[in-house]
Structures are given as C-alpha cells and as structure tokens.
Ligand binder design. Structure first.
Ligand SMILES: NC(=O)c1ccc[n+]([C@@H]2O[C@H](COP(=O)([O-])OP(=O)(O)OC[C@H]3O[C@@H](n4cnc5c(N)ncnc54)[C@H](OP(=O)(O)O)[C@@H]3O)[C@@H](O)[C@H]2O)c1
Length: 337
C-alpha cells in the first residue's frame, strides 16, 4: 500500500511523504553492485509514494550522495532531496579543515561538492549537520540564505541544534526542519528543542526512528547486532539485556496489534504531530515496504501510554558524541565602533 499521506515541513514547505527514506547505510562503496541495490530500493520507494530522501556528504563519505543521485536520475521532479554539510573531512587537501565547519566559505564549497556528487542543480533541503561551536549561527545561516537566493538549495534545516541557536537561525532565514534523533528509545528532543521548533513552525524530521534497529524486533541476541552497530553504547554487552527487554515490549504490543514492531515505532512518531516526518534507514526492499505501511497503523491512547514509559528505562548513551549535541553557537562579535 503506497504512502499517500503528505506533510509540510516548516511554514513554507517542502511538502513530503509522511515517511521518508534514510540513505546513511549506503556508505560502503559506490560500485555497480551497490548502485543496483540502491537504484532498486529508490525506484520501489518512489513507486510506493516516498518522496523524501535523506543523505549527507559524510555518508561514506561521498558514496551515499553518488548512489542516491544516480538512483533518482530521470525522476528528479518526483523527489525531495535532503543532504547535509558541516563535517569537514578533507584534511589531506585542506590543512585548515576542522571537524565541524560552519564558516560561510565552507558552506559555499560544500554545496557545490554535494551538487556535483548528486548530479543535480539544486537540493531541496540543506541541513547543517552539526552546529559549529566557533562560528556564529548568523554567519552560517546568512551563507545558506545566499544559497537559497542563488537557487542552489530550496530550504534550510539544522540537525541537533541548541534551542537558542535554532531561534537565532530562524531569525535570519526561515528554518524548514530540524533533524534530531527521536524514537520510543530516545526522547531528548522533548525537553526543549521540540517546543521551540513548534513555536516557530519548524518541521521535525526524526532520525534513527527505529532506535538504529532496536525497535524492529530483529535484534534478540548480541549476534544480531553486527559489526557496524557493535560500537553503539546501547548495544554494549553490559546493557544489552536491559534494552532488549524494553524492545521486546514493543514487539509484544506489535503482536497484539498484528503488525510489525518497526511499524509501531514509526506510528508512535507519526502520532506525535502532523509536523513529524520520520526517515527510517534501510537497504532492504522488504523493510522498506514494512516501513511505508506504518502510515496506516493506528495507536490508541493506552498503546501510546505503554510505549511512552519505555525511554526512561533505556540504558546507555546515544551514539552521537555528546559534545556535538545541542550546540549553542557563539554570539556575533560586537561591531567595532
Ligand atoms: N542527522 C544526523 O545526525 C543523523 C544521524 C543518524 C542517522 N541519520 C539519518 O536517519 C536515517 C535513519 O537512521 P538510522 O539508519 O541510524 O537508524 P534507524 O532508521 O533507526 O534504523 C536503521 C536500522 O534498522 C534496520 N531496519 C530498517 N527497517 C527495518 C524493518 N522494517 N525491520 C527490521 N529492521 C529494519 C536497518 O537495516 P538494513 O539497513 O539492513 O535494512 C538498519 O540496520 C539515516 O539513514 C540517516 O539518513 C541522521
């Protein structure tokens, strides 16, 4: 069943499918075999009504944008492409590159590289992947605003910004979306950033909506975690059993409802408001179909209450470096007299 539900991110668009597709795990290679997997998945997603595709310049780095660009070739008008900048990785060629770079000159360079990899003349939503703690947000968003005016990007987003930084950014140019981790397992956004976003009419794009796989029922033993997720603190040996028991509660509710656990996780997010558009990541056609069908799962208030108690018991930190979360950008320097 295709996703027919559409949601608008921010006060001026873009309009997107209620569920998007995260492309982070296409990070291994961009060879022909990988391109076939990516192209088949993207074709199926578009045919299923998915319009929002989420990538970043650091996924790979570079493979994800290349694969997505080729996969949407010929169907550019049917999709909303979101990509991200901020992690300067070209230390070999640029000795001044920093881990996080929000300087206007970097913004201008990064978009051109992303456009080239994607093979498009504009992206629809361009996120700052992490706020640069050394650059006033006014300068970064000022440069992004120029990219909007130049037609290189349609809309601006921020990922995991500090709440005051979000306000300051929005004062320079409307921010269409924030992309923060949000799921039954991770609810930090609800402490402050969510209410700021809602006050300003900014859309919410939850990343890792399936708890990086925890909420799909597919992980029942340490052996299911795999090498890629093995380093995430919430899959560590000492917390595995606690978190598995919590994930099993989602699986149990899904069983009661006759749906898949991942669908419960996505339906929980969709029920949080019409401004929420989760972007589950998958490489697998079967999972894509399941995730898309989550839009028709209805959760009653007692289900939401049951699920609402889980996050407080989850053990282990998130996998994002804490110093990169909720960064407040420094103030603009006072203009010299
Ligand atoms: N802004 C940021 O800082 C940030 C950070 C992380 C992620 N993201 C974005 O958010 C997207 C999603 O996040 P994520 O990939 O970290 O986590 P996620 O969506 O919570 O989980 C992805 C994992 O779940 C598995 N999966 C997906 N659907 C499934 C299903 N129906 N049944 C069983 N397993 C399923 C995937 O397996 P397979 O891949 O094997 O199919 C993958 O291992 C990323 O692709 C990326 O675009 C953004």
């Amino acid at each position: 069943m295709p996703v027919t539900q559409r949601r608008v991110l921010g006060t001026d668009g873009p309009e997107v499918s209620a569920i998007g597709l995260g492309f982070m795990s296409f990070n291994r290679s961009s060879d022909d075999a990988e391109q076939r997997v990516a192209s088949e998945l993207v074709a199926e997603a578009i045919d299923s009504g998915v319009t929002l595709f989420d990538t970043a310049d650091v996924y790979g780095p570079e493979h994800s944008e290349i694969l997505l660009g080729k996969a949407i070739a010929g169907r550019r008008d049917e999709v909303v492409i979101a990509t991200k900048f901020a992690n300067a990785l070209d230390r070999d060629t640029n000795p001044n590159a920093r881990d996080l770079d929000g300087r206007p000159e970097y913004v201008r360079t990064a978009i051109d590289v992303s456009l080239r990899r994607l093979g498009v003349d504009h992206v629809d939503l361009y996120y700052q992947h992490r706020v640069d703690p050394r650059v006033p947000i006014e300068e970064t968003v000022g440069a992004l605003k120029e990219l909007v005016e130049a037609g290189k990007i349609g809309h601006i987003g921020l990922s995991e910004p500090g709440p005051d930084t979000l306000r300051r950014a929005h004062a320079i140019h409307p921010i269409s979306a924030i992309q923060n981790e949000w799921s039954i397992f991770t609810r930090d956004i609800e402490s402050e950033t969510l209410s700021v976003a809602r006050e300003l009419g900014i859309g919410i794009v939850p990343f890792s909506p399936l708890g990086r796989g925890w909420l799909t029922g597919a992980i029942t033993s340490r052996g299911d975690v795999g090498e890629r997720r093995g380093h995430h603190p919430r899959f560590a040996d000492d917390v595995f059993d606690t978190n598995q028991a919590l994930a099993a509660e989602v699986t149990s509710l899904a069983g009661d409802l006759g749906v898949r656990p991942g669908q419960v996780a996505l339906a929980w997010l969709l029920s949080q408001g019409s401004d929420v558009v989760p972007i589950p990541g998958t490489r697998t056609l079967k999972y894509l179909r399941e995730n898309v069908e989550a839009t028709s799962v209805v959760l009653e208030s007692d289900h939401l209450e049951r699920l609402g108690r889980i996050a407080a018991q989850v053990t282990g930190e998130r996998s994002i470096r804490p110093e990169h979360l909720g960064i407040e950008a420094p103030p603009l320097a006072a203009t010299p007299a």
